[in-house]
Design a protein around this ligand. Structure first.
Ligand SMILES: [Zn+2]
Ligand SMILES: [Zn+2]
Length: 252
């Protein structure tokens, strides 16, 4: 099993997971054309892609998903709430997911996890194959016992370190948007991300990556410091994801 971020941030997110020559994509916040280019950059075969899972309706996650599914003739999975917001409920490609569902997609087991975020019915995903467990988690405003329980025992975790509260306060966002980002249905701060890492028990962890890093309200050095402290006991590096870069594959 292996996985790679094809880009992460408020201008677009997509993560590819692959097992035995079959793959699924979590989110397609890029145009179909950009996404296909990024698959090439990752040396991934678009022909192996069997489904797209969309976490929620915000454009940085959903933008190119339906166009990609139509071009590749594959299904699109998301919650009913997301489908309603995207006007996908009558579309033949749509498959409904509900928080708590365990679904088989592209030979992998996908758990849908309900998260607090200001979307209609947002989900995040934990994917398992061959005894390996990968959690992909972004766009949540606060840590809930449900989320913390769902992501225990991951061997790879890609999570959100969106903002530094002081940079957000002094930054260019108007007060209303600042309140939204920092609020319980917005995005995780570096400190909240570090707190999540501390509360996850993962003896088999191999990869930790941080994404959805704000370009205006955060700095990679601050993310690195906050997470390395929390993750320090494992003596493994924390990898930071970028908006315009295909990351390195995390391979087991
Ligand atoms: Zn987002
Ligand atoms: Zn969002």
């Amino acid at each position: 099993m292996r996985y790679v971020s094809l880009g992460s941030g408020s201008k677009g997110n997509a993560t590819l997971l692959e097992h035995q020559g079959r793959s699924l994509l979590i989110d397609c916040g890029f145009s179909r054309k950009t996404l296909l280019q990024r698959l090439e950059l990752a040396r991934a075969d678009a022909g192996q892609l069997e489904a797209v899972l969309v976490t929620h309706e915000h454009g940085d996650h959903a933008k190119g998903a339906l166009a990609l599914c139509e071009a590749l003739d594959i299904p699109l999975y998301c919650s009913q709430g997301t489908a309603i917001k995207m006007d996908w409920t009558e579309h033949a490609r749509w498959r409904s997911l509900t928080g708590g569902d365990l679904t088989r997609v592209a030979g992998m087991s996908v758990a849908a996890v309900t998260v607090p975020h200001d979307a209609r019915e947002p989900l995040q995903f934990v994917v398992e194959a061959a005894g390996l467990r990968v959690g992909v988690l972004s766009d949540l405003g606060s840590l809930t016992p449900h989320v913390i329980a769902a992501y225990q025992g991951c061997h790879g975790l890609q999570l959100e370190a969106n903002h530094d509260p002081e940079m957000l306060r002094k930054g260019p966002y108007p007060p209303g948007l600042q309140a939204r980002v920092a609020g319980p249905y917005g995005h995780l701060s570096n400190a909240q991300c570090a707190e999540l890492i501390r509360r996850i028990d993962w003896p088999g962890v191999q990869y930790l990556t941080a994404g959805h890093i704000s370009e205006k309200n955060n700095h990679p050095d601050l993310v690195g410091q906050a997470l390395a402290l929390a993750f320090g006991s494992t003596s493994r590096p924390v990898h930071l994801l970028a908006q315009d870069q295909v990351a390195d594959w995390c391979e087991f």
